[in-house]
Design a protein around this ligand. Structure first.
Ligand code: PRP
Length: 210
């Protein structure tokens, strides 16, 4: 990949579209990205930018490995996987929270390990370790809310955005773990060698929030 362009991994989906609009306003527009097709790579040599649409949970991998110089990842993913990247800016988008939830009226039996279903085993382990509570992690990939309903876990550690999924499944939030939002991240080597471009992006994005 040529050195004179900024390669940016965007999370596919609604968040990615909101993020792209911010990048466009920051001077890194790429009109072809609005063509609604299944292409995954778009570039605008005039603006010296190339975008990749990446699965949200994979953005940090592309950035860490240098396939992308920058990207936007949820702070949930950064906490869970601790990728070796620089976190440059809180974009304030995709706000939600990581929380413990379970069936209404659930009472913890501290005589045995708490069964915790989650996509975020490291966040869950860290949270309960600090409390000194022994847990048994049940690692799932989605529809986490089903686990306590079907009885394979006592609680879940998951993202809560509007709270609708919990409500509609007769679950309730018990405790917040950490607020979550989308972050601009950068590859450490790119940050050094493409510092001018990355700072131009950062400055443009920061300028919008002021
Ligand atoms: C996330 C999360 C919850 C839901 C929370 O799921 O795991 O299920 O969103 O949003 P709400 O509070 O607004 O209802 P996602 O859509 O990513 O699907 P999955 O985890 O089941 O794959």
């Amino acid at each position: 990949m040529p050195n004179d362009m900024l390669n940016i991994a965007l999370p596919k989906g609604r968040l990615g579209e909101a993020v792209y609009e911010r990048f466009e306003k920051a001077g890194f527009g790429c009109p072809s990205i609005r063509e609604n097709n299944r292409k995954l790579i778009f570039e605008n040599p005039q603006a010296r930018v190339r975008y990749f649409w990446v699965k949200p949970s994979d953005v940090a991998i592309y950035v860490e490995r240098g396939a992308a110089d920058c990207g936007v990842a949820g702070s949930d993913i950064l906490l869970e996987y601790s990728p070796d990247v620089y976190e440059l800016l809180d974009l304030g988008l995709g706000r939600c929270r990581m929380a413990v939830a379970g069936r209404k009226g659930f009472a913890d039996n501290t005589e045995r390990a708490l069964r915790v279903a989650t996509k975020f085993p490291n966040i869950a382990r860290d949270f309960y370790m600090k409390k000194g509570r022994e847990i048994d992690v049940i690692r799932l990939n989605g529809s986490i809310e089903l686990a306590p309903i079907l009885g394979i876990s006592d609680v879940i550690v998951d993202i809560v955005e509007t709270g609708k999924t919990l409500l509609e499944n007769d679950l309730e939030p018990f405790e917040d773990i950490v607020p979550i939002s989308a972050r601009l991240i950068a590859n450490k080597v790119s940050f050094k060698f493409k510092n001018g471009l990355i700072n131009a992006l950062l400055g443009g994005l920061e300028g919008e929030t002021k």
